[in-house]
Design a protein around this ligand. Structure first.
Ligand code: SAH
Ligand code: SF4
Ligand code: F3S
Length: 454
């Protein structure tokens, strides 16, 4: 029996892919382990979205060489693997397998193949003795327009809240973004397969699902639209909470707002990436909407669901961003008042269209850093105000796990993290929790009432 350890970087899609990989490996007799020390196979499932994400992985693969020298096989999978390909084999001390996101069905075979080629050192190595030179690794890349991993049973980390990928790849070409080049064009899963998966999760006692796709609301299949799918998922018996991420502001329709507002199981929470508060920047980003159109959609949502929690993604210092354009983003943040925001400084990605914008208009790094810092401060102040205003409320919390510093941890309907004291038996159940204090970004609560199972 081979033991496999998987470490995941990047977005929810990548976490979900790691669960698929774990499922594929389990089917072939691999056993999961949660530490690299005793693993025969170490997989690092990577992200390519920003340079920083890639640097972290290179550093980590360097650290993991210790286990490779002892005989473990190291595989790098995911978006960075697809982007860098062969050139990864010799990086950070060496990698045995490089595999892109459409090739995971071949994982067991390819791992066995590279393991067979490796020479295991006699352990422990004597002083002055070197680990044997390892043969060159394998690379498995490329897109498969039909690969949706249908029929693969994911091995999920959580038994409380499940990621359900409904779409892979992306048909947009936002000029800063590497995703379409490392994940290929949009591919949508069959609605019956999705619904079967959700029903099976509900039957297993999983009360919450999150539908995943890079532009999840552009999902369509054989006459089905995303709002219809969302409604059907929300009506599956036993499913108490449905979330979806990330919708694109285009194709965020009144029909979708209507389904969100009328289906009790759809959480009153929305992540709607805006990226910039200025139309000129949005145009250079090729986002295909205006600030006015975006704000109109926010208005629809707030009208239909007062109190809905909103979150977003923003990139500052995109090539050519003037101070005026940046100020417009600050203004948008102050106007919308997001409950949560993921704020980034532009990171240049080789091969993306933005790299061809006029170089003399690129924003100097110090300016970008200052813009990001100021935006983070502005957002945090708003977020803290919103969170403080919720202290004293009693919220329905889905208890997910034990907290890092003891106690329990769960989320409110609006996706806010709450830690509180209570018995571990509550994990997987809903509890009424009074929010007693906030750090400004999470809550500490007190158990008011434990509720029945989903
Ligand atoms: N498909 C999602 C985004 C996935 S990437 C969507 O369209 O909403 C997550 C976030 O990373 C993006 O929303 C964007 O804010 C950020 N991002 C993407 N490329 C980036 C880059 N080159 N530099 C900095 N941030 C980037
Ligand atoms: Fe990237 Fe744009 Fe596609 Fe999102 S919609 S994954 S930002 S190209
Ligand atoms: Fe990163 Fe790939 Fe997700 S680039 S953000 S892991 S789709």
């Amino acid at each position: 029996m081979k033991r496999a350890y998987i470490e995941t970087y990047g977005c929810q899609m990548n976490i979900s892919d790691s669960e698929l990989m774990a499922g594929i490996l389990a089917e072939q007799g691999f056993v999961a382990t949660d530490k690299p020390d005793d693993a025969d196979v170490i997989l690092v499932n990577t992200c390519a979205i920003r340079d920083h994400a890639e640097q972290r992985v290179i550093g980590r693969v360097g650290q993991l060489q210790e286990f490779r020298r002892q005989g473990a096989v190291i595989g790098v999978t995911g978006c960075m693997a697809q982007r860098m390909g062969d050139s990864l084999l010799g990086r950070a001390g060496g990698v045995d397998l490089v595999m892109g996101p459409d090739a995971y069905r071949q994982l067991p075979d390819k791992l066995t193949e590279v393991a067979g080629k490796r020479t295991r050192p006699a352990l422990p190595l004597a002083f002055g003795q070197h680990a044997p030179q390892q043969p060159r690794g394998l690379t498995v890349l490329g897109f498969d327009p039909h690969e949706n991993y249908e029929g693969v049973a994911a091995k999920r980390i959580s038994r409380v809240s499940a990621w359900v990928p409904i779409q892979r790849g992306c048909n947009y070409r936002c000029t800063y973004c590497i995703v379409p080049y490392v994940r290929g064009d949009e591919k949508n899963r069959d609605p019956q397969a999705i619904l079967d998966e959700v029903r099976a999760l509900a039957a297993d006692g999983v009360p919450e699902v999150t539908l995943l796709g890079q532009t999840v609301n552009s999902w369509e299949h054989g006459g089905w639209s995303f709002p219809r799918l969302l409604r059907e998922v929300a009506r599956v018996d036993g499913i108490r909470r449905v979330r979806f991420t990330s919708p694109h502001p285009n194709g965020f329709t009144r029909e979708l707002v209507e389904v969100m507002a009328t289906e009790p199981a759809v959480c009153k929470q929305l992540h709607l990436p805006v990226q910039s508060g200025h139309n000129r920047t949005l145009k250079r980003m090729l986002r295909r909407y205006t600030v006015e159109e975006y704000l109109e959609k926010i208005e629809w949502v707030r009208e239909a669901m007062p109190g809905i929690a909103l979150s977003t993604d923003v990139i500052v210092a995109f090539p050519g961003e003037t101070d005026e354009e940046y100020q417009a983003t600050l203004e948008l943040m102050r106007a919308v008042r997001y409950d949560d925001a993921f704020l980034y400084k532009y990171s240049e990605r080789d091969g993306t269209p933005a790299t061809r914008l006029p170089r003399d208009q690129f924003v100097p790094d110090e300016v970008g850093k200052a813009r990001l810092e100021r935006l983070i401060e502005t957002h945090r102040a708003i977020q803290a105000e919103l969170y403080h205003a919720e202290v004293g409320r009693v919220e329905e919390v889905l208890v997910e796990k034990e907290g890092r510093r003891g106690g329990l941890q769960g989320r409110t309907e609006s996706n806010k993290v709450v830690t509180f004291d209570g018995p571990v038996e509550l994990i997987g159940y809903f509890a009424e929790v009074k929010l007693v204090s906030t750090s400004g970004a999470t809550f500490v609560g007190e158990l008011a009432h434990a509720m029945a199972a989903a």
